[in-house]
Design a protein around this ligand. Structure first.
Ligand code: AMP
Ligand code: ZN
Length: 112
C-alpha cells in the first residue's frame, strides 16, 4: 500500500517534522492556505473517522496533545486558529489518510 502520509511518517519520504512522537507527527502543508497551515497526522493508517476502533481511539488524545504543543510553540495559541479534518468525497478529502489542518497566524474565518 503506498500512502504519502505513511511514507512521511516512516521517514521514507523526507519532510521537516515540527512535532514527532510514536503516535503522531506535524508537518507544514505544501500548499498553505494561511500564514500558518500545518497538518497533524496520526501514524496509524486511519482513512476517516469511519475507521476508528477502540484500539485506535487513543490516537485522538495524541492529536490533541500535538495541536496544543505546536500552536503554543508557533505563537498562535492565544490569537486562535481553526482545526479541520476533511472526511471522504463529500468532505473534500484529497489524501486518504486522516489528518487535521491547523490554520492560523491571521484571521481564518473565511478559509475552508
Ligand atoms: P485534504 O485531504 O483535502 O485534507 O487535503 C490534503 C492536504 O495535504 C492538502 O492541503 C495538501 O496541500 C496537503 N499535502 C499533500 N501532500 C503533501 C505533502 N507531501 N506535504 C505536505 N502537505 C501535503
Ligand atoms: Zn497512510
Amino acid at each position: 500500500m503506498s500512502c504519502i502520509f505513511c511514507a512521511i511518517g516512516q521517514g521514507s519520504i523526507p519532510a521537516e517534522k515540527l512535532y514527532d512522537n510514536e503516535a503522531v507527527f506535524v508537518i507544514a502543508d505544501i500548499h498553505p492556505k494561511a500564514k500558518v497551515h500545518l497538518l497533524v497526522i496520526p501514524k496509524q493508517h486511519i482513512v476517516t473517522f469511519n475507521d476508528f476502533t477502540p484500539v485506535t481511539y487513543g490516537s485522538m488524545a495524541s492529536v490533541a496533545e500535538a495541536i496544543a504543543n505546536v500552536t503554543q510553540r508557533l505563537g498562535i495559541a492565544k490569537s486562535g486558529y481553526k482545526v479541520i479534518a476533511n472526511n471522504g468525497s463529500d468532505g473534500g478529502q484529497a489524501v486518504p489518510h486522516l489528518h487535521f489542518h491547523i490554520l492560523g497566524g491571521e484571521p481564518v474565518q473565511g478559509i475552508t
